[in-house]
Design a protein around this ligand. Structure first.
Ligand code: NAP
Length: 250
């Protein structure tokens, strides 16, 4: 018996990066994992296979988020393979690079559609599927609490909105014993950050110095935090913003 045996989890954006790390960890902890992906079916299948190889159980669901009807479609596909849910991890997200003087209205709307609207409606449509005593985790960002990268203002604003969603949703769902928390990564080594970390001469070293612990974060660092919050040990933590930046905000 593992700590999540008998539980079903859905992790959005689990084909790669942090989401994959979380999905693999929840699978190892005994949950049956719905591995959501956007476009990269091959990568999602790799995540499913990795969970299976470690003795777990998983299935893939492909739906591009940020489009009208995305939440309904995702739940429709989920319902074909599972009956109810215990853990929802809203991880899928995109960044923005252009500063305020350059960002287009279209790009602004897109980042809000994927990072804020999609998690909101996934929860809204998922309320009837989420069982009492369940868990919701929203993957935020340290940038919601620091102006260290002001050119990413639109992205940071999406995470600020997500954190308000976490806060208020914890009150809405508390009566059902469902906890809701934000987990905020700092700089984590994923495809998202590869350009800076691996594509610039001292990107990795620069990023490492931002953390008090002197290194760049790994998906497993985030997965371990999520694993605690969704376990029984995390039952009294709700409505919180968990700093998982390795001390990058201190
Ligand atoms: P990543 O490596 O780029 O992976 C993103 C994942 O999200 C992929 O599985 C991708 O699926 C999915 N996704 C992206 N846009 C999607 C869309 N429109 N519809 C459906 N799926 C979509 O990203 P990451 O670095 O792991 O980031 C994961 C989360 O952590 C994000 O919310 C991000 O804001 C947050 N975060 C990351 C860092 C960091 O340093 N990496 C720091 C702070 C916060 P497909 O590939 O299948 O399309």
């Amino acid at each position: 018996m593992c700590v999540l045996t008998g539980k079903t989890a859905l992790v959005t954006g689990a084909s790669r990066g942090i989401g994959r790390g979380i999905a693999e960890r929840l699978g190892r902890d005994g949950a049956r994992v719905a591995v959501h992906y956007g476009r990269n079916e091959a990568a999602a299948k790799e995540t499913v296979a990795a969970i299976g190889a470690a003795g777990g159980s998983a299935f893939a669901i492909g739906v591009e988020l940020g489009k009208p009807g995305d939440a309904e479609l995702l739940w429709e596909k989920f319902d074909r393979q599972a009956d109810g849910l215990d853990i929802l991890v809203n991880n899928a997200g995109i960044g923005t690079a252009p500063p305020i003087g350059e960002i287009t209205e279209e790009e602004y709307e897109r980042v809000f559609a994927v990072n804020v609207k999609a998690p909101f409606f996934l929860v809204r449509q998922g309320l009837s599927r989420l069982r009492d005593g369940g868990r919701v985790i929203n993957i935020s960002s340290g940038l919601a609490r620091t102006a260290a990268m002001p050119d990413k203002v639109a992205y940071a604003m999406t995470k600020g909105a997500l954190d308000v969603f976490t806060r208020d949703l914890s009150k809405v769902l508390g009566a059902r014993g469902i906890t809701v928390n934000s987990v905020a990564p700092g700089i984590v080594d994923t495809d998202n950050t590869a350009g800076f970390l691996h594509g610039t001469p001292d990107g990795w070293a620069q990023a490492a110095t931002i953390s008090a612990l002197g290194r760049v974060g790994a998906p497993a660092d985030m997965a371990d935090v999520v694993a605690f919050l969704v376990s029984d040990g995390g039952r009294w933590v709700t409505g919180s913003w968990v700093d998982a930046t390795g001390g990058s905000l201190t």
